[in-house]
Design a protein around this ligand. Structure first.
Ligand code: 3UK
Length: 543
């Protein structure tokens, strides 16, 4: 197998072939050459194609970079990495920044130089950064000065990580990346990597235990651009992408950088992505395509009336994508009511890089995630891995051009069985091939012999106007095995008293089969979430 990697760490730590999923490359869009650098394909070729003067990245403060601007910066960064920092193809470069243009330029700089980008979530602390740098054997880092503190704290314990440059720093900073970039020219000859050379390591947002490091090759990046975006998003050159997921989360990397660039569109990178910040930024940048999580849509909905494209007030939004967690049907309805826009739901996973089950905005079914994305195959299986008939709840199994490859991790054998990726989700497929999310397999509640999916109870609760957010889990119970318990964040102006408990319980009993109602209800002010915004149900089961 050809490879441009001088440092063979990634290749040496791939799971053995027998433990890898089966990879499928069906159709002309998934035929890749043996040698492929995804930075060449997404950036150099964009400029060669004549998009050089098109707007590529915008950010608050008036930043406007064309594709040619981004290329020149990425080329300078690649040279700093190779000439000043001694990066060899195959070595790992830690990237750390809130979503901003320099982070995008650094990402491309690393990939151009044949390195492996290891982007880290802004929220992470020194201890977590050290764990990741150890697992990935990181030797180089490019870090935004605004997030320097935790990396500085971790550095003494990372003897292998010797080369660090800081960006968005003062011009006189001796270790400043921008100063070093100014000493390089605009051109760089990209390392001619093999299509299956790794180019990113992405850590799972894992809710428990040691984080898992997923490995993705140049080919995987291009496959992600070729599958979901053209079939389900259907954006075009004039679209302006915006959203909240960090570029360190593959949902954000695809949605806010790779996908817009693969079609010559532009993207808005925001450091501040709270609902109020998004509400301001969408009209300010004339954004047309929004990527965020279900909870964020729920929070935005109340003030989203003016965002819609057909608004006389000049709204611009036309496509809205929800992923990361199950989209509650009430949230879909709220968003549609407020904006007229049908949310595009999609389930993706770090292990599979991006979305593999989804639907277009023209064919949504409330309560269903969608159908399998062309290029992928999906089925629902029982505990032995045997496919179950439509209408039966089981485990979701997926195959396609991308798939799980954990770096030296025993948990590979759990995620991949018989060549299929098992995402850990319980699903039901209906007779028409629509997939209906039930719960994480380990979150299914078994109470008095009944299987109860927490998200279904959450959906029912969320249709009550007093409920802002909620989480439903199974807590140990002597009599029933597990008891259905709801943790509820109330909207302002509602009291969490005994009357409210009764009201919510009755509301659920009206909406779904009464045996599923939460026998215990606890009112809280916030729910525990991961840096990617996922509910950490396991942290509630012990409360
Ligand atoms: C859950 C969903 C129901 C599901 C991701 C889009 O979330 C992403 O990756 P992670 O590795 O988590 C994967 C798990 O999250 N999930 C995600 N989306 C949905 N459940 N409906 C959904 N629409 O449990 C899955 O196994 O953090 C999402 C693109 C790239 C991603 N990495």
């Amino acid at each position: 197998m050809p490879s441009a990697h001088v440092d063979t760490f990634a290749r040496d730590h791939l799971p053995p072939p027998a433990e890898q999923p089966r990879f499928l490359f069906e159709g002309p869009a998934l035929q890749f050459p043996v040698m492929l650098n995804c930075a060449t394909a997404l950036l150099d070729q964009a400029v060669a194609r004549g998009w050089g003067s098109r707007l590529c990245i915008r950010a608050p403060g008036g930043v406007r970079w064309t594709y040619a601007d981004l290329l020149a910066r990425a080329n300078r960064i690649a040279q700093v990495l190779v000439h000043d920092m001694g990066l060899l193809p195959g070595q790992r470069v830690l990237l750390r920044a809130p979503n901003n243009p320099m982070l995008a330029a650094c990402w491309f700089g690393v990939i151009k130089a044949g390195g492996i980008a290891v982007a880290t979530m802004p929220m992470l602390r020194a201890k977590e950064l050290k764990t990741m740098a150890d697992i990935a054997q990181v030797s180089h880092a490019l870090c935004d000065t605004s997030l320097a503190e935790e990396l500085q704290l971790a550095l003494p314990a990372l003897p292998l990580l010797r080369q660090v440059r800081w960006f968005n720093s003062r011009p006189d900073d001796a270790d400043g990346l921008e100063g070093a970039m100014a000493r390089q020219g605009d051109n760089f000859a990209n390392v001619d990597t093999a299509a299956d050379d790794c180019c990113i390591f992405a850590f799972t947002s894992g809710t428990t235990g040691v984080p898992k490091c997923t490995m993705h090759a140049h080919r995987d990046v291009m496959a992600a651009c070729a599958c979901w975006p053209p079939h389900h998003l259907q954006a075009d050159q004039d679209d302006v992408f915006i959203g909240s997921p960090p570029l360190a989360f593959t949902f954000g990397l695809g949605g806010l950088l790779l996908f817009p660039m693969s079609i010559g569109a532009s993207t808005v990178l925001l450091e501040q992505v709270s609902p109020p910040a998004l509400l301001n930024a969408i009209p300010a940048f004339g954004a047309t395509v929004l990527f965020t999580a279900p909870t964020s849509y729920r929070a935005l909905a109340a003030q989203a009336q003016d965002l819609r494209i057909s608004e006389p007030l000049g709204g611009t939004l036309r496509k809205c994508v929800s992923a990361g967690e199950a989209l509650p049907a009430p949230t879909r309805a709220l968003w549609k009511e407020a904006t007229g826009i049908e949310l595009i739901d999609g389930i993706g996973a770090t292990e599979l890089l991006h979305i593999f089950i989804s639907h277009t905005d023209a064919e949504a079914r409330p309560g269903a995630t969608g159908k399998v994305v062309p290029g992928y195959h999906a089925k629902v299986v029982d505990d032995r891995g045997v496919e179950v008939p439509p209408g039966t709840v089981g485990k979701l199994a997926v195959q396609g051009p991308t798939g799980c490859r954990y770096l030296g991790d025993e948990r590979q054998k759990t995620y991949v069985q018989n060549g299929w990726n098992l995402t850990g989700d319980a699903y039901l497929m209906d007779a028409e091939g629509w997939f209906h999310y039930q719960a994480r397999t380990d979150d299914m509640i078994v109470s008095a012999g009944y299987n109860i999916a927490g998200p279904e109870v959450e959906d029912a609760l969320m249709t009550h106007p007093a409920v802002a957010e909620c989480a439903v889990v199974g807590v140990p119970d002597a009599e029933r095995g597990q008891l259905v318990k709801a943790f509820v964040v109330l909207c302002e102006g509602h009291a969490g008293d005994a009357a409210m408990v009764k009201l919510l319980q009755d509301h659920v009993k009206q909406a779904i089969a009464p045996y599923k109602y939460p026998r215990a209800v606890s009112f809280v002010t916030t729910l525990p979430r991961t840096p990617t915004g996922k509910l950490q149900r396991f942290r509630l089961t012990s409360r």
